[in-house]
Design a protein around this ligand. Structure first.
Ligand code: SF4
Ligand code: SF4
Ligand code: SF4
Length: 195
């Protein structure tokens, strides 16, 4: 079926689709899409994403019909695929890592030990700093994870990130609605007391 002009991906969408979707922020933007927006508007260069490395830069250069260039290491070094691992006996179940993970790759509940779903972990390292007991370490990605193609990995990470963002948005809306109702009830009580 032909794609109507309205449904065709924008340049930002096309750039975003070539980014690793780890949302790590090393490019100096708050995630992959903001970096895609900055590239599309000419604010950012194509060589600021360490996780994407040279392959990612080549893809961006081809899309934008410009020459590839080396990664700007001011933004970090390209590393081999890795996943987070929680030293479970040290975990105090504070849930801070869950809050930090952009792709919901950590399982656990308050006061219980947490664990990383290695197949979903993008290796973004965003869970490391918030852990108050330093019980999260990075390990080389298991062979079955490392073999998944770069494109497949970024598509999977994007699906999980989008799903998480939607859930967060819904939670915020529900929280605001509860606060609004509580305020309304309080105002009603106050007006009844004044009568
Ligand atoms: S994966 Fe690349 S584009 Fe995405 S946030 Fe990290 S550095 Fe930026
Ligand atoms: S578990 Fe940690 S390293 Fe893995 S995706 Fe989540 S935040 Fe990133
Ligand atoms: S941040 Fe560290 S201590 Fe807290 S739940 Fe996660 S792994 Fe456990």
């Amino acid at each position: 079926m032909p794609v109507s002009p309205d449904e065709s991906p924008t340049l930002i969408d096309q750039i975003n689709a070539l980014l690793p979707q780890t949302q790590c922020g090393q490019c100096s933007f708050q995630g992959c899409r903001p970096y895609a927006e900055a590239i599309a508007s000419g604010i950012a260069d194509i060589n600021q994403c360490p996780p994407g490395g040279d392959e990612g830069i080549r893809d961006l250069a081809a899309l934008l019909s410009v020459s590839p260039k080396p990664l700007n290491t001011k933004f970090g070094q390209h590393k081999p695929p890795s996943v987070a691992f929680i030293v479970e006996e040290d975990c105090i179940g504070c849930t801070k890592c869950i809050a930090a993970c952009p792709v919901d790759a950590i399982l656990g509940a308050s006061k219980f030990m947490h664990t990383v779903i290695a197949s979903e972990c993008t290796g973004c390292e965003l869970c490391i700093v918030p852990c108050p007991v330093d019980c999260i370490v990075m390990k080389p990605a298991p062979p079955n994870n490392a073999e998944v193609s770069r494109r497949q990995k970024s598509a999977q990470a994007k699906r999980r990130y989008d799903a998480r963002s939607l859930r967060k948005e819904k939670e915020e809306t529900e929280k605001a609605e509860r606060a609004r109702k509580k305020k309304q009830a309080l105002l009603k009580m106050q007006s009844v007391k004044k009568m």
